[in-house]
Design a protein around this ligand. Structure first.
Ligand code: TYD
Length: 201
């Protein structure tokens, strides 16, 4: 399963909460975070988030995120799935659809095509999108931030709109939007509730 949402919604915290809860119940869980997670991926991550790269075009961005993802799938995710682990991924293809396809203007369908190649069709069974009002999320993004976080309010307005419209559209069956306002424990309870409904019926 995948945890998604715009910068500042608390994905990483919630991914760890869910992992700990499931481990406590005896599940074997692997937590991954994109971009990165492999030696090659970490180098790609450094390129992507370096603020000095002000001239990186959105196509380059897309292929770098996808390259990091391909390597992670090959080295880490597929092997974990093969031995029956639950994989929780902090971001996956939906991030590229939203950030590069929707907000970045490359087109959601075009990015989907690249994703099919990059992932060899590996799709998550569940995507949880954490959602916050734009101003609340922006306030939480650490001061200054990385190259992506410097893109400005207009870009992030589109990111949020992208998540909500894709969650409502073609991906609706596998995407659940969760309200991320509130204490960490409250949000964790909501995320766990969605996970249980989905996987334990
Ligand atoms: P990171 O510091 O990991 O942010 P977060 O903790 O919010 O996930 O940086 C990841 C940045 O990369 C984030 O701004 C979102 C962006 N991103 C894309 O634009 N496309 C993608 O495919 C992925 C995986 C991330």
């Amino acid at each position: 399963m995948v945890i998604e949402g715009m910068d500042g919604v608390g994905k990483s915290t919630q991914a760890v909460c869910l992992m700990e809860r499931l481990r406590g119940e005896g599940e074997r869980v692997l937590l991954t975070k994109e971009p990165g997670g492999t030696e090659i991926g970490e180098q790609i991550r450094a390129l992507l988030l370096d603020k000095r790269h002000t001239r990186m075009c959105v196509e380059t961005e897309l292929f770098l995120y996808m390259a990091s993802r391909s390597q992670l799938i090959f080295e880490v995710i597929r092997p974990a799935l093969r031995v029956g682990k639950v994989v929780i991924s902090d971001r996956y293809v939906l991030s590229s659809l939203v950030y590069q396809g929707f907000a970045g203007g490359l087109g959601v369908e075009e990015v989907q095509q690249v994703a099919r190649l990059a992932t060899k069709g590996l799709q998550p069974d569940l995507m949880i999108v954490l959602d916050l009002p734009l101003q609340v999320a922006l306030r939480r993004v650490s001061g200054g931030g990385d190259r992506m976080e410097c893109k400005g309010e207009g870009f992030f307005r589109k990111v949020r709109e992208g998540y909500l419209s894709l969650a409502d559209g073609s991906l609706a069956r596998r995407v659940e939007v969760v309200d991320a306002l509130g204490e960490v424990e409250e949000v964790a309870e909501r995320v766990y509730g969605v996970w249980c409904r989905h996987f334990r019926g």
